[in-house]
Ligand binder design. Sequence first.
Ligand SMILES: [Zn+2]
Length: 139
Amino acid sequence: MDRAFGDRLNPEELEALKYASWYADQDQSLEGSFKHGMRFRSQSVAEAQAALRNYLCVQMRNARNAASRSDALFFLGMAMHALMDETSPSHAGFQIWRGMKKRYSMHNLIHVLGDSQIGWYESRAAVEAIRGYYEQYLK
Ligand SMILES: [Zn+2]
């Protein structure tokens, strides 16, 4: 987040995005797998991708229609979480998410440690994905 928006958002706005990204991780349900670039067992990769694309569109619409700047950033941050997870090597290719039973999976571990400490959240792919999403929002 810092690397992607440090030069275009103020600290409060950055915090709003980070909070939304953290909030997105409170949904570790199977049905919500696509929000982390993953899928559940009976779901195909194509279905998970379609669910994610739809989710990104809905969040974008919500952000554009939001009553306030902070509300808009919340919707954008939720979507950005999915984009960042999707670019993560531990999620690559919509792997199967088994829910919280697999407590110490890479995904959970990464999020427990916090995104700022994890290299891939600041990776070029992640930065480009969320910047692109934000630019789409500005159009
Ligand atoms: Zn996640």
